[in-house]
Design a protein around this ligand. Structure first.
Ligand code: GTP
Length: 190
C-alpha cells in the first residue's frame, strides 16, 4: 500500500512500476483508493503484488484507514521538493502505528529527486529520519524511474521470505539490501 501526503507521487510511482511510464502534466488526485496488480519474478518464484494506491488528501483518510489492517507492506512517501510532506512523515507513522499490523513491512521513500533545483529536503535528512525510526530508506524518481523497481522488488523479496522462511533477522536483511542496492543505483544515475 502506498501512503503519504497528496501530490508526493504515489500514483506516478505505481504507474512507473506497473507500466514503465510517467504521467506528466495535469495532476489528478486519487479519489479514495485504487489498486493494480503486478507479478514479479523473485529469485525464481512468482510473487503477485496487489498494490493499493491511497488518496493523500485528508478528506479520504477514513476510507484509507480501513485498508491498513490488511496491508502486508507500506511504502511511505514524501516529496523532496515539499518540506511539509517530509514534516508530516511523523504523523503518517503515528497513523500507521494505530491502524496497520504491528509486523507490517515499512519503507520510507523520498520521491522527485530529479527536481534538483527545487529540492528542499536533503538526502541526509531523509537518511537521518529513517535511521531514527528504524526504517529502510531510498530516494526515488517516478519521472526517471530511479529506484522504483528496486523499492518494489525489495518489498517483494521481504514478503516472499516471510512467507517461506522463519522470521528471524528479516529487518536487517531488508535494510541491508535497500542500502546496498540503493547506493549502487544512486551512484550510477546521470
Ligand atoms: N518531477 C517529478 N514530478 C513527479 C514525480 N512523481 C510525481 N510527480 C508529479 O507530482 C504530481 C503528483 O503526482 P501523483 O502521483 O498524482 O501524486 P499522489 O501522491 O498520487 O497524489 P494523491 O493522489 O492526491 O494522493 C504530478 O503532477 C506528477 O507529475 C517525480 O518523480 N518527479
Amino acid at each position: 500500500m502506498l501512503v503519504g501526503d497528496s501530490g508526493v507521487g504515489k500514483t506516478c510511482l505505481l504507474v512507473r512500476f506497473k507500466d514503465g511510464a510517467f504521467l506528466a502534466g495535469t495532476f489528478i488526485s486519487t479519489v479514495g483508493i485504487d489498486f493494480r496488480n503486478k507479478v514479479l519474478d523473485v529469485d525464481g518464484m512468482k510473487v503477485k503484488l496487489q498494490i493499493w494506491d491511497t488518496a493523500g488528501q485528508e478528506r479520504f483518510r477514513s476510507v484509507t484507514h480501513a485498508y491498513y489492517r490488511d496491508a502486508h507492506a507500506l511504502l511511505l512517501l514524501y516529496d523532496v521538493t515539499n518540506k511539509a510532506s517530509f514534516d508530516n512523515i511523523q504523523a503518517w507513522l503515528t497513523e500507521i502505528q494505530e491502524y496497520a499490523q504491528r509486523d507490517v513491512v515499512l519503507m520510507l521513500l523520498g520521491n522527485k529527486v530529479d527536481s534538483a533545483q527545487e529540492r528542499v529536503v536533503k538526502r541526509e535528512d531523509g537518511e537521518k529520519l529513517a535511521k531514527e525510526c528504524g526504517l529502510p530508506f531510498m530516494e526515488t524518481s517516478a519521472k526517471l524511474g530511479l529506484n522504483v523497481d528496486l523499492a518494489f522488488t525489495a518489498i517483494a523479496k521481504e514478503l516472499k521470505q516471510r512467507s517461506t522462511k522463519s522470521t528471524s533477522d528479516l529487518h536487517f536483511q531488508l535494510h541491508d539490501y535497500v542500502q546496498r542496492e540503493g547506493r549502487r543505483a544512486s551512484c550510477c544515475r546521470p
